[in-house]
Ligand binder design. Structure first.
Ligand code: FES
Length: 312
């Protein structure tokens, strides 16, 4: 597993309940490159691993910028970032992963965000601007928006529009997105209710034209297609007999292989593993149909056959 050691260079409030961190290499070297829309895991005390979208300028190779919203119902990760993490502290992070890339063939991008869900769209909007691809950002928020300094220049251009739902009725997402059109790609990052509305508003759009990023893993029901199977790790030759629906991650680790994990709910892309024999049951929200022909997300995948062979 490749980790990156960083140091906190800046930490400052950035909107209500939000703390913005600038992380850098301790010696000032460029950090591993990140695509616009990528996120990183922060490795926090107590074994907590938390994913945050990068929200800085992707052209600035010497820093990762994240914005952390305080979650009062969380398990302490955001509270640590807000209350204990200080400028000068060391912080391990993962390599960047991008599960919400800009569609390379898009003629137009429409971004819809809820609150702190705006973070991945800030670098994506900058990249679209530099590529000369038209874009529009709609941010739905209550009262003051997050990251006001980063948003202000985008709002000034007229391409980013803020919708304060504390002062005006919440707009219908279909009206913000407009109809499906050749080359138009739509993206959504926000709470579960907003993503459900977005998926309903884009149900008639062409396959691959609507993209979402979840905040929290959606609940997963047991899959009736799951059956008992033998898990085989091809490189070590180790194997284990597992009951139907058994989680893969602990089984893989018990067989001595290391697989990274973050969300453990199929939304972050950390635990991607190549499969060689299946068929696997895919229950993640990150892999495309073409990617599923080759890879699975070990935190939520299962098996619909007698053997699952992984390239581990
Ligand atoms: S740990 Fe996030 S997708 Fe598996």
């Amino acid at each position: 597993m490749k980790h990156v050691q960083t140091v906190v260079r800046e930490a400052a409030p950035a909107g209500p309940g939000v703390r913005r961190l600038v992380l850098a290499d301790p010696d000032g070297w460029p950090l591993p490159k990140a695509k616009p829309g990528a996120h990183i895991d922060l490795y926090l005390p107590g074994g907590l691993v938390r994913a945050y979208s990068l929200c800085g300028d992707p052209a600035q190779a010497d820093r990762y910028v994240v914005a952390v919203k305080r979650e009062t119902a969380g398990r302490g990760g955001s509270a640590f970032v807000h209350d204990a993490l200080a400028v000068g502290d060391a912080l391990g992070v993962s390599l960047p992963r991008c599960t919400l890339p800009l569609a390379p063939d898009a003629a137009e991008h429409v971004f819809v965000a809820g609150g702190i869900g705006v973070t991945p769209f800030l670098p994506m909007a900058l990249a679209a601007e530099r590529a000369g691809t038209p874009w529009r950002l709609h941010l739905l928020h209550r009262d003051a928006p997050p990251l006001p300094d980063a948003l202000a220049p985008l709002v000034e251009t007229g391409r980013a529009v803020l919708h304060d739902t504390a002062r005006a009725p919440r707009p219908a997402l279909a009206s913000l997105l407009g109809p499906a059109a050749p080359g138009r790609h739509a993206y959504c990052c926000g709470p579960a209710g907003m993503i459900a509305d977005f998926e309903a508003a884009t149900t008639d759009w062409p396959a691959g034209a609507a993209h979402v990023e979840h905040f929290v893993p959606p609940p997963l029901a047991p899959d009736p297609a799951a059956c008992p199977f033998t898990l085989v790790l091809a490189r070590s030759g180790r194997e284990a007999a597992l009951p139907a629906g058994a989680p893969l991650l602990p089984a893989i680790r018990a067989l001595g292989a290391a697989v990274e994990a973050s969300c453990e709910g199929g939304i972050c892309g950390a635990c991607r593993v190549r499969w060689l024999e299946g068929p696997p049951l895919h229950r993640d929200r990150v892999l495309s149909p073409a990617e599923r022909e080759r890879d699975l997300m070990a935190c939520v995948a299962g098996c619909a056959g007698p053997r699952l062979v992984l390239d581990l």
